[in-house]
Design a protein around this ligand. Structure first.
Ligand code: JHZ
Ligand code: ZN
Length: 419
């Protein structure tokens, strides 16, 4: 049996000995990013103490799931959470489109309950509520649940598990649709999660999950999306295996642009068998079910890290001012694994109130408001939130310096050719 870190436990982390999807012990270490602090643990002062945890990735020879070797206690990561779904223009737009899809295609009737697990500040549920649907959010971050409740989206400030699913079912009845976006990768006990989700779902109900896609991580060398919150890096194969263990058949898999490339997977209990998903063959062709693929990814990561350090070192040696655009969790991974600190970046900017005025974990770079960047017009700007490249380039069209986009391979955008 796995050692379970229960909410409230004093343990800081546990080592993984079995795959969280298929249970095998046949796990091979494929990537080692050394140690980093928690990617969202912003500091109030640069001298604050912080814990660093190993960041290693294992490949499961049983079901092809890529997963971290160390699971940090979720209480240290999710009780207060600085990331807001509404912190860009693209994500709320993505959720408005999803709200349209849910109300037109997923719901059998507008009287059904929609439950969102990991509902953050209520961005998606607010869009559903506007369409007249009954919604319930669940998110362990007290600060986010408060924001959501204040905007009229009922949100329970708790971790979702099977006990909680029982309580919701008793009080509110079953759900016609359950949404879990950018949350499955954060869950250690996936079996209990699935047990809860499927027991809460109506027989003809639909479970829809969005996760960053390991195919994009591999193809675009998105090593900065590897951090302690992301315990698992999914392809369709392990998700379909997990779903079928709990009587859910795959209904659809859709590739999405968000977060550097994601997939939306939907499943239904009432389906007799999986619908034909061409992804399985695609994943085989890409080698996502082979350990060698990730061993080679490890080498490509080392190359890209050195390339970025070299590019920034060159620009800095000419005395140029460089700042960072955005303080995403992935940005902190990138800065820590590449050891890019205040000697290179004068500061980073971010729009999120929870991040402004703080310091980045590990590298202790100050975070300011966007206005500072617009006033300073630094010669170079490292786009840490590179997944919003289009949005940022458009928004900052008056910027006179040059953006450096670090992923997939560092490139300096010319001023008149910001593509
Ligand atoms: P963004 C999040 O990761 C968190 P992060 C989480 N762990 C997860 O699973 C993944 O998503 C998938 C700022 N910004 O979305 C806002 C500006 O300042 O890439 C955010 O702080 N100005 C749940 O944190 C950050 O950048 C802007 O114009 O890596 C972006 O964070 C824009 C567009 C963004 O997610
Ligand atoms: Zn496995």
């Amino acid at each position: 049996m796995r050692t379970k870190i229960r909410s409230g436990s004093g343990l800081d982390f546990r080592r993984v000995s079995r795959c969280r999807v298929c249970g095998t012990k046949d796990l091979a270490k494929v990537i080692d990013l050394k140690s980093t602090p928690l990617a969202n643990s912003f500091l109030n002062t640069p001298s604050e103490k912080e814990s660093w945890f190993p960041l290693e990735v294992l490949y499961c020879n049983g079901c092809a799931l890529l997963q971290l070797s160390h699971v940090v206690n979720p209480n240290l990561m999710f009780k207060e959470y600085p990331y807001r779904s509404s912190s860009s223009a693209s994500m709320p737009q993505h959720f408005r489109e999803l709200a349209q899809l849910i109300s037109s295609e997923f719901m059998a009737s507008s009287k059904q309950l929609v439950v969102e697990i990991g509902s953050n500040d209520g961005t998606l549920l607010a869009a559903l509520k506007e369409r007249g649907l009954q919604v319930l959010g669940i998110d362990p971050a007290a600060n986010l649940a408060r924001i959501a409740n204040e905007r009229g989206v009922e949100t329970l400030p708790q971790f979702f598990d099977s006990d909680m699913a029982d309580q919701i079912r008793e009080r509110r009845g079953k759900a016609g649709v359950i949404i879990a976006n950018n949350v499955l990768a954060h869950v250690d006990d996936l079996h209990d999660f699935m047990q809860g989700a499927t027991s809460l779902l109506e027989n003809d109900g639909i479970l829809s999950v969005e996760v960053p896609y390991v195919g994009d991580l591999n193809q675009n060398v998105e090593y900065d999306t590897i951090y302690h919150e992301h315990l698992s890096y999914f392809s369709v194969h392990p998700i379909s295996r997990l779903f079928s263990n709990f009587g859910l058949r795959l209904e659809s898999v859709t590739r999405l642009d968000v977060h550097g490339g994601s997939i939306r997977v939907t499943g239904r209990k009432s389906r007799k068998k999986d619908s034909r998903i061409p992804f399985m063959e695609f994943e085989k062709r890409c080698g996502l079910n082979k350990v060698e693929t990730y061993e080679s990814l490890s080498g490509r990561i080392e190359y890209q890290k050195e390339y970025l350090k070299h590019t920034l070192g060159n620009l800095k040696s000419k005395g140029s001012m460089i700042v960072g655009y955005g303080a995403p969790a992935k940005g902190n991974t990138l800065l820590n694994v590449c050891e890019i600190g205040p000697e290179t970046l004068d500061y980073v900017i971010d729009t999120t109130p929870e991040k402004i005025g703080k310091f980045t974990p590990g590298m202790h770079i100050p975070i300011y408001e966007t206005e500072r960047f617009r006033k300073d017009q630094p010669r170079y700007c490292l786009m840490l939130a590179w997944n919003y490249e289009k949005e940022i380039v458009l928004k900052e069209r008056d910027y006179t310096g040059q953006f450096i986009v670090p992923i997939p391979s560092p490139k300096v955008l010319s001023q008149n050719n910001r593509s």
